[in-house]
Design a protein around this ligand. Structure first.
Ligand SMILES: Nc1ncnc2c1ncn2[C@@H]1O[C@H](COP(=O)(O)OP(=O)(O)OP(=O)(O)O)[C@@H](O)[C@H]1O
Length: 323
């Protein structure tokens, strides 16, 4: 028997619900992501949602959430997948203010590198902390491929999150290579170490156009930590970030003759064992508290309304025949 227990996350047009399957002496928890068909059609996200399903089903990787199956009825699409009970990586940042540089151990670094590599293979243009969720042991996984995005402001129709956009994406809206992902990796590492992205700080106006201007013109700010005013990011980290955030794509690390290996060989990744990362032999830097398999203490509480989306038409239903 399968039952929906409670909502543990909401997206722009999705709701992520903790569910349980049980028989007499067995129970298993998983999540079901539900999306209203009419909303998807109205928001012109049909291809994106179909792509998300296709990729989830095709990819099996230690850093990507495990996919169990999909189905649909005349109101909703359903994606069922593994329940990652550790909660969003982002929520630990909120709690901690920022991670101290020392906490970002070599182990953490190689985890990041590996799923990043996968994201590039999948050609995803939108990596941000909110899409990274921890499992019960603290291993971080990607839950969302980020391109099923509904963004009403026209400036955002450039693909991706404004703060992570490479200069060449802002200046022209087509023909980007993987260089933009290396740029976004630079932003991500910065955000992990400092607590916010370099060109959109919490106390400034974060309108996309001002972020774009800063991406195109500003120097990377290197904040100091009180009380002894030591720099938050050490020299090696600054060096890597500077090379990843190089505005000229042809001189950006990862985009030159040495390709990806230039990044892997950078001093910041010195103690990294790539094989250990991939094979899960890494002790995660954050170990979440999880008391039992269906424990939701690491999630915000949402009202679990039994809202019902309107019925879709036959035509709309048929747009999702792979579900
Ligand atoms: N497999 C999972 N296990 C546990 N929690 C999950 C899982 N998948 C998603 N979540 C939670 O649900 C939230 C919403 O996820 P979802 O993928 O629907 O939306 P999103 O991509 O973050 O939103 P948007 O579409 O607006 O970008 C996530 O941020 C996460 O907290």
């Amino acid at each position: 028997m399968e039952e929906f227990i409670t909502t543990i996350g909401v997206g722009t047009f999705s709701r992520v619900i903790l569910a349980r399957r049980r028989s007499e002496n067995y129970q298993e928890f998983f999540v079901v992501k539900t999306m209203a068909i009419r909303d998807i059609v109205q928001m012109k996200q049909v291809n994106h949602v179909n792509d998300e399903r296709r990729i989830l089903a095709a990819v099996q990787h230690p850093f990507i959430v495990r996919f169990y199956g999909s189905y649909r009825d005349t109101r909703y699409l359903y994606l069922s997948m593994e329940f990652l009970s550790g909660g969003e990586l982002f929520s630990y940042f909120r709690q901690a203010g920022r991670l101290r540089t020392t906490t970002v151990t070599a182990k953490f670094k190689n985890v990041f590198f590996f799923y990043y590599k996968y994201i590039i293979i999948l050609n995803v243009r939108d990596l941000k902390l909110e899409n990274l969720v921890l499992d019960a042991h603290g291993h971080v996984k990607l839950t969302d491929f980020g391109f099923a995005k509904y963004v009403p402001d026209r400036t955002y129709t450039l693909c991706g999150t404004p703060e992570y956009l490479a200069p060449e994406m802002i200046l022209s809206s087509h023909g980007h290579s993987f260089g933009v992902d290396w740029y976004a990796l630079g932003i991500l590492i910065y955000e992990l170490l400092v607590g916010h992205t370099p060109f959109a700080s919490i106390d400034q106006q974060n309108h996309p156009s001002s972020i774009f201007l800063r991406i195109l013109n500003d120097q990377i700010p290197w904040p100091y930590a009180p009380p002894c005013h030591s720099e938050i990011i050490d020299r090696t980290g600054r060096n890597l970030i500077r090379k990843l955030l190089e505005r000229d794509r042809t001189r950006r690390i990862g985009c030159m003759a040495g390709g990806v290996s230039d990044i892997k060989r950078h001093r910041w990744f010195k103690q990294v064992s790539w094989t250990d990362a991939l094979e899960g032999r890494i002790r995660p830097p954050i170990v979440p508290r999880v008391d039992h398999p269906g424990d939701i203490q690491n999630f915000e509480s949402f009202k679990h309304e039994r809202f019902r989306a309107p019925q879709c038409t036959n035509e709309e239903y048929n747009l999702f025949d792979k579900f």
